[in-house]
Design a protein around this ligand. Structure first.
Ligand code: DGP
Length: 113
C-alpha cells in the first residue's frame, strides 16, 4: 500500500498541487497551520531526513530550490515564511514521507516552535 503522499504525487489521490517537476511535488496542506501552508515532497518515497542518501543529492537540492518557487507562487517571498521538516517521533512527524512545510501569510507567533 502506497503512502498518502506517494498517492498524491502519482495522482491516485487528489491534492491541491502547486508545482511538480521530475524530482518534487508541492501541494497545499490539508490542515493549514498558517494562511499559506504548502508541503514540498520528493516524488520518490524517502521516509524522512534520516533516510536521505548521497544518491539523493539532486532531490535534496530540488526540495530546497522549490521552497523559493513556492514562496513566489504563494506571494510570500517578500513578507517571509518559515520552513519546517519534522523527523521521527520526537520531531512529531506524522506522515512518513519526507516533506518540507512552507508556512507564511502572517507573522509567526514565536521565533521557534
Ligand atoms: P508532519 O507532522 O510534519 O508529518 O505533517 C504532516 C502534514 O501532512 C500535516 O500538516 C497534515 C498533512 N496531511 C496529512 N494528510 C494529508 C493529505 O491527505 N493531503 C494533504 N494535502 N495534506 C495532508
Amino acid at each position: 500500500m502506497k503512502c498518502i503522499f506517494c498517492q498524491i504525487v502519482s495522482g491516485e489521490m487528489p491534492g491541491d498541487i502547486l508545482l511538480q517537476n521530475e524530482h518534487i511535488c508541492a501541494f497545499r496542506d490539508i490542515h493549514p497551520a498558517a494562511p499559506k501552508h504548502v508541503l514540498i515532497v520528493p516524488n520518490k518515497h524517502i521516509a524522512s531526513t534520516e533516510d536521505i542518501s548521497n544518491a539523493d543529492r539532486d532531490v535534496a537540492a530540488e526540495l530546497i530550490l522549490a521552497v523559493k518557487e513556492v514562496a513566489k507562487l504563494e506571494g510570500i517571498s517578500k513578507s517571509g515564511y518559515r520552513i519546517i521538516s519534522n523527523c521521527g517521533s520526537h520531531g512529531r512527524q506524522e506522515v512518513k514521507h519526507l516533506h518540507i512545510h512552507v508556512l507564511g501569510g502572517a507573522p509567526m507567533k514565536h521565533r521557534l516552535g
